[in-house]
Design a protein around this ligand. Structure first.
Ligand SMILES: Nc1ncnc2c1ncn2[C@@H]1O[C@H](COP(=O)(O)OP(=O)(O)OP(=O)(O)O)[C@@H](O)[C@H]1O
Ligand SMILES: [Mg+2]
Length: 262
């Protein structure tokens, strides 16, 4: 299996607090992997370091490019990280609320287009063509995500579950090799969660995207993941298949009082 993202000894300190402590992690082509752990374990901070929102205190983050060469991502800005094939969604939905659904996805597309402000103002033939292509590509993604019907709707008017799918659609517009989802099932009802599971499987099977998801819904985690990494107090405390994780005493201890046997 070809690795796509490789992380060694990742550490992030906030003053005296070590939120991410020496984490090693790897995701291969075509994998669906979950990152779990109790509240405050450091999961979102891990995502923020990997996607360039925080500059990690220590460690190395490498992405493998399509030509199989390796690029170190430390210190790159989030938009550059996206260009290298890593996209994410947020724990709290972050959409352009007053824009249409299609425009929200087209913004995601921007990192794959070439128009700068001057050429956009001049609106030459190439730019008009590029805009047309961007709109049709974005619409295609919306259709895949079951959102075609909403394409001209203002984003904030969408039902909550559809807004969550729109966030994923926007991330997909950047053509990622690896997609990081921060609690995609939060606030969804059981039917919406089951649809989301099908959708994530479809993205892996049909679009070839590898997926790393942070999730508290253990039913979903156990059903969808091939591998699970568990964090607690910034440290990786376990790694393995859903079966191994379910039985792991360290994990059971970390989740004391919570039901991981979903
Ligand atoms: N920008 C920040 N400045 C200072 N401390 C932070 C910052 N971001 C996160 N932390 C702290 O780092 C620790 C890990 O937080 P993080 O949000 O990564 O946890 P999490 O595993 O995503 O939790 P949850 O499941 O509740 O989303 C927490 O103690 C948090 O308070
Ligand atoms: Mg979090």
């Amino acid at each position: 299996m070809r690795p796509l993202l490789e992380i060694n000894n990742l550490t992030m300190d906030f003053g005296g607090l070590r939120a991410v402590d020496n984490i090693d992690f790897k995701i291969n082509e075509g994998e669906i992997v979950a990152l779990i752990g109790p509240n405050g374990a450091g999961k979102t901070t891990f995502f923020n370091c990997v996607t360039g929102m925080y500059k990690p205190t220590g460690g190395h983050i490498y992405i493998y490019k399509n030509d199989k060469s390796k690029k170190r991502l430390n210190g790159l800005k989030p938009n550059k990280v996206t260009e290298y094939g890593l996209a994410r969604t947020f724990q709290n939905i972050r959409l352009f609320k007053q824009m249409t659904v299609l425009e929200n996805v087209m913004i995601g597309r921007h990192c794959r287009t070439h128009a700068n402000i001057f050429s956009a103002l001049l609106r030459n033939k190439k730019i008009v063509r590029e805009e047309y292509d961007s709109a049709s590509y974005s619409y295609h993604i919306l259709e895949k995500m079951g959102l075609g019907y909403f394409c001209n709707e203002i984003a904030e008017n969408l039902p909550y579950g559809a807004q969550r799918r729109l966030e994923i659609a926007r991330a997909l517009a950047t053509e990622p090799n690896v997609l990081l989802l921060d609690e995609p099932a939060a606030g969804l009802n059981p039917q919406e969660t089951s649809d989301l599971i099908n959708l994530i499987n479809m993205l892996r099977d049909e679009e070839g995207v590898s997926i790393l998801l942070i999730e508290h819904d253990m039913g979903m985690v156990m059903k969808i993941s091939e591998r699970i990494t568990v964090m607690d107090y910034g440290k990786k405390i376990a790694e393995g298949t859903p079966e191994e994780i379910r039985k792991n005493p360290e994990v059971i201890k970390a989740y004391l009082g919570e039901d991981i046997d979903a």
